[in-house]
Design a protein around this ligand. Sequence first.
Ligand code: SAM
Length: 304
Amino acid sequence: MSQGSEVSELQLNGASEEMDLLQIDVETDEVEDRPGREAAPFSRNVLRKQRHWERQLAAKKSKRKEEKQRRKLNREQDSGARADNPQFSKRVMKAITRERLAEAQSTGFKLCVDLSMTDSMSDKEVSRLAGQLRRLYGSNKKAPRPFHVLLTDLREDSRLYRECLRMNEGFLNYMMDITEESCLDLFPPETVVYLTPDAEEALETVDADTVYVLGGLVDESIQKKLSFSRATDLSVHTARLPIDEYMVKKDNVKNFHSKILAVNQVFDILLTFCNTGSWAEALQAWFPQGKGYVVAQDSKQTGT
Ligand SMILES: C[S@@+](CC[C@H](N)C(=O)[O-])C[C@H]1O[C@@H](n2cnc3c(N)ncnc32)[C@H](O)[C@@H]1O
């Protein structure tokens, strides 16, 4: 989808939500004006409905803001790369990117996305996961030091595979390994660290001797601790992003605080950490604003 059509779709969504709110206002007036009717229980229902819509509207607004921020960062990265190499045409830049990705396939830090759990996901979640994999690949393409990415446990007869083919242009030419094998068919268990928000230990660094695994999951119908259980079944080490170590809770009207990120968001944080060596910088750049956390002031100052 082009940026223009994304924007107009968002605007349309926003407009229709506001229409819904107006509709509720009208319903409220109609109900309360009707003579001989007991308005109170209806009003309470209508008010509850209105509050629900207001909350949904606020959540969507914050999501739109995050999307905007992400697109801005992507644009900055793109223009940064061109500004660094003004002498190169688009074609040459493309060739350099392919070369960098090919190099990463043999010497880059290794990261698997474990796609063995998609059976428990709805069609909508599978579609969203396909979109997140596209973004993950897009970020890897732009990175100065890309990862060697492997999509593991991805069966050709699966819904996700079909959705990736449908939604992600050029999916079969992505410069990442796509395999039906699992991460433990490919790497010794003692080298694997499964990233999960429920791990006790925080990830300290990223290195060449470890294989990092992200759970290919989308949390619409929140399935708690799924990736942690998967890691326990595989008997591999686990680690969480160092959010407690570098971030603090930020007050917000919904009193909402979450440390669970989408696969591509975790990937962006890892890429930036590898590039800068700073968790504070990586979390500052990519931790979504709507999740109710900000980087602690002292972490920003020390820059670690
Ligand atoms: C949307 S999350 C899935 C959350 C899910 N409830 C679970 O069982 O973990 C998708 C993947 O992103 C990674 N992830 C998300 N937030 C993380 C965090 N705070 N620390 C480490 N990994 C995280 C994990 O690999 C996780 O499996």
